[in-house]
Design a protein around this ligand. Sequence first.
Ligand SMILES: NC(=O)c1ccc[n+]([C@@H]2O[C@H](COP(=O)([O-])OP(=O)(O)OC[C@H]3O[C@@H](n4cnc5c(N)ncnc54)[C@H](OP(=O)(O)O)[C@@H]3O)[C@@H](O)[C@H]2O)c1
Length: 170
Amino acid sequence: MILIAAADRNWGIGLNNELLTHIPADQKFFRETTTGNVVVMGRRTLESLPKGEPLKNRINIVLTGNPAFKKEGVTVVHSIEELLKEIEKYPGDSVFCIGGAKVYKELLPYCDKALITRIDEEYEADVFLPDLDALSEWSIAEESEEQTYFDLVYHFVTYKKENNNGDLTT
Ligand SMILES: NC(=O)c1ccc[n+]([C@@H]2O[C@H](COP(=O)([O-])OP(=O)(O)OC[C@H]3O[C@@H](n4cnc5c(N)ncnc54)[C@H](OP(=O)(O)O)[C@@H]3O)[C@@H](O)[C@H]2O)c1
């Protein structure tokens, strides 16, 4: 599974169930990377999407503890175990964990790659990603050149998780 997120300097990712900022090139990167693939998200992130609707042209899997939750176009799962069973149907590199904070934290052990748009700003935030730079098993495999959007500076950073032998997983 691949984690995909946009995070600020403090690994902040959202405030009041919304994103911190909208960068068109980042939205395009997210759309192009995930289209035709599987996206896994928490119920709160689904609600934060425009009109609370699932993402088009992608298989949407939503985690919730609510047994009555139903939504057209969404595969609902109620536990990590049920999710892991559901995604066995798909190749690992076609399944993207798209948040939010609770789901990133829970699924990090099952991800071997993380595509992070790292925004060089400090926003007010109430939800955060784990600091991948502080986790010894994660390291930067690739980093884009500096990108700008008006006065915002950001980078596309690919992190990979090392397996127990110290080799980079693919
Ligand atoms: N910057 C980014 O890239 C990015 C990406 C995505 C989201 N975000 C931001 O993140 C924030 C939302 O994150 P969040 O942490 O509040 O919510 P979340 O992770 O999107 O959703 C949490 C909900 O998912 C369900 N859930 C999670 N783990 C579960 C499990 N093991 N079993 C059953 N259900 C489970 C629960 O739903 P129920 O309450 O229904 O039981 C839980 O309340 C928003 O601000 C959003 O904008 C940012």
